[in-house]
Write a protein that binds this ligand. Sequence first.
Ligand code: PMP
Length: 435
Amino acid sequence: MSHVFPRHCHASLPTAVAGDGCYLIDSNGKRYFDASGGAAVSCLGHSNAPVREAIKAQIDALAFAHTGFFTSDPAEQLADLLVANAPNGIDRVYFVSGGSEAVEAAIKLARQYYLEIGQPERRNLIARRQSYHGNTLGALAAGGNAWRRQQFDPLLIGVSHIAPCYEYAERGAEESLADYGQRVANELEEEIQHLGPETVMAFVAEPVVGATLGAVPAVEGYYARIREVCDQYGVLLILDEVMCGMGRTGHLFACDGERVRPDIITIAKGLGAGYQPVGAMLCSSAIYDAIAKGSGFFQHGHTYIGHPTATAAGLAVVKQLLDPAMLPRVRELGSLVETALHSTLGQYAHVGDIRGRGLFWGVELVEDRETKAPFDPGRGLAGKIKKTAVAEGLICYPMPGTRDGRVGDHVLLAPPFIMSDEDPQLIADRLATAI
Ligand code: PMP
């Protein structure tokens, strides 16, 4: 009997023993093409030499030093590199160990910022339905999936949820894209008015929605309006790039591609590329200074923040992402994925939509592609596709629609940036067999 406490108690899983570029290998020698990197983690594949060497060198020199006593070279250098390439105005980096911790830190930072500047009544957070921001209690409260939240309610903070920008499912037949974008962005203003502008601290959203909707970018104009509303009411804009960040969309920071300027950004997954658990919350000096000049102490922290080995891995990853050839290559491979998915799956009866950015793609699955009627959730589509894809030697990320009767069954693809020109077709072929 295994003594590991698995998340899916009844799953019987193969044992992964090795990684080789785009492939994972199990204890029977079976090779799986990793087209989702778990969920958008393994951006550099599985045997990246510079990251492995950086980790070894750091462990040999110093594995751990507590940030209550020391800073470290890799943490300093990684923060410098991130800030040098971050959107304008973002110039402080708070390291954590993963995505939920980064979101948790962002929520607490927003709350503490308003306390420090004397607006203690600003405690409400606005997020979007059909969203996921992590599984710790604060991040879970932010997420817009009632099914995930319900058994833990009431959670610590007040969160209300507005519509996501999900044109495929929610745009009216007669409505232009631009009108749709403005209509859903205006929900933010309506919610702020409803709650009382003096009570709202922040709005959180993914620039390109990952796990819950399947690589869905907002329509043109949506984020410009969101930024405008945030500025008008003094609401902080937190962009969660845990999944879509770190080059995944063809830009180091996804918000740069979507042309929206955040006050706070969260990153993780691709930052450590799977080699180390590392994430970060980035913010502006304006926010940092309010705390530095106020209480001088951020009320949030974990033992492993700024971990030297983890930040050394992150540094080796980000250096490679900033190689001048890397992000153009992500965009080039992205068009090959787009072509392969459309030509192979575009006419499938149950494929409702294919969309994405860079190497972040979603294939929407529907009962009827004309009416867009969703599958009955009872059919357990995601689990079945996952099982058949794994049998085909393909790791992809099928997700059910949120369990509140809405559409959203999809397969998410987030393949490594190091794949060959032939690999997009291999992914499309294996996925086609699984579907
Ligand atoms: N935010 C987003 C957008 C995510 O996709 C995830 C993980 N899927 C998280 C936060 C939480 O990250 P982690 O699982 O590393 O805690």
